[in-house]
Design a protein around this ligand. Structure first.
Ligand SMILES: [Zn+2]
Length: 349
């Protein structure tokens, strides 16, 4: 409409409004006449607008008949980057049922400066978009608990860091588990046990599973380090805290999460409270047939160090929970040993 306005102001001669003295009339009559006068003015101005519009269209149609160079001369549109004269193209287009020539103006004259400015604008838009994507991704990682070194504990980075005998086999078995979760038919036995010494990469591969889930747009997925999780739960009991999460929020994560890793399960001191907290989370997931990945230092077959005849993990899980865990485990993978200590007894697959 800019051009219309420009053109209109060039041609405009404002009609003068009718006026007169009506001081002697009554107030009511005065109002009535005033309204009448306004209506007349509005009608007049509408008629004037319509005339201008028709004149403008006739002018455009006449313009469109001219060669583009001459249109350019007459309209004097300038490139915003270099002030060169813009040359339009004229095409035939159907406009409300009539085929008419339509003048199309370019954004710039084709100059180097214009090209650069437009490319720069495009690039900046892309950078903004990429940054939003990256920020969103970081937010997902953070919510899932993949912070610090866990933020890049992916499947791809595993073998770079862990190259002991058998590391590749562990990776392959976790990979098979991932395929079962994301690609194939989901199985009832969808839990995973990773056990072995500190530093052998079980947390890394457990985190890689959560990474994989996030990459596939799974949102409610959590990597929770058990001792830290318990501390978080205890913090929600603080009567003096002003805001923050509630105990129900924290419990909900382990119960409702689509995929959940509970890391270092046997690292904190086991009490009746920790056992019942763990039991209620695992029982919930067992009933809902939701996957959970558990990491331990002790293997399921390892005897308790001070109580031969009892399994070490019984102290943390209780015998009944341990049995249930093994019942629905897709695989039990030992890290850091090239030979299988348990002689395959606990290796479900
Ligand atoms: Zn230019």
């Amino acid at each position: 409409m800019d051009q219309i306005d420009k053109w209109i102001t060039q041609q405009a001669k404002q009609p003068s409004a009718p006026s007169g003295s009506r001081k002697s009339l009554s107030r009511q009559e005065e109002d009535r006449l005033e309204r009448q006068r306004l209506r007349a003015m509005r009608r007049q101005s509408e008629r004037a607008d319509e005339t201008k519009r028709q004149q403008w269209q006739a002018h455009r149609r006449k313009l469109a008949q001219l060669p583009p160079d001459e249109i350019a001369q007459q309209v004097d549109n300038r490139c915003q980057y270099c002030d060169n004269l813009l040359v339009p193209t004229v095409t035939q287009q159907e406009v409300v049922g009539f085929v008419r020539p339509v003048i199309i103006w370019p954004d710039y004259c084709g100059c180097e400066r214009g090209k650069m400015a437009i490319n720069r604008a495009k690039r900046n838009k892309q950078i903004d978009r990429d940054k939003i994507q990256r920020d969103l991704y970081q937010a997902h990682l953070k919510k899932a608990g993949l912070v610090g070194w866990l933020a890049d504990a992916t499947f791809d980075t595993f073998t770079d860091r862990h190259d002991w005998d058998g590391a590749a086999e562990c990776k392959a078995r976790v990979s098979r588990y991932i395929d079962m979760l994301f690609l194939g038919k989901r199985e009832r036995k969808n839990w995973l046990i990773l056990h072995g010494n500190f530093g052998t990469g079980k947390s890394h591969l457990a985190a890689a599973i959560i990474h994989e889930a996030i990459d596939r747009n799974w949102r409610e997925v959590y990597f929770r380090v058990w001792p830290e999780y318990l501390k978080r739960l205890q913090m929600t009991w603080d009567k003096n805290k002003i805001d923050g999460e509630t105990e129900a929020d924290v419990i909900r994560e382990l119960q409702q999460g689509l995929i959940v890793v509970i890391d270092d399960l046997d690292k904190s001191q086991a009490t009746e409270w920790t056992k019942s907290t763990l039991y209620s989370a695992l029982n919930h997931r067992y009933n809902a047939e939701k996957p959970v990945i558990l990491t331990f230092n002790y293997g399921p077959g390892d005897a308790a160090p001070k109580a031969p005849g009892r399994l070490a993990l019984e102290d943390y899980l209780g015998r009944a929970v341990l049995d249930r865990v093994l019942e629905v485990s897709y695989d039990v993978i030992e890290f850091g040993g090239s030979s299988s200590r348990s002689g395959g007894k606990w290796n479900v697959k």
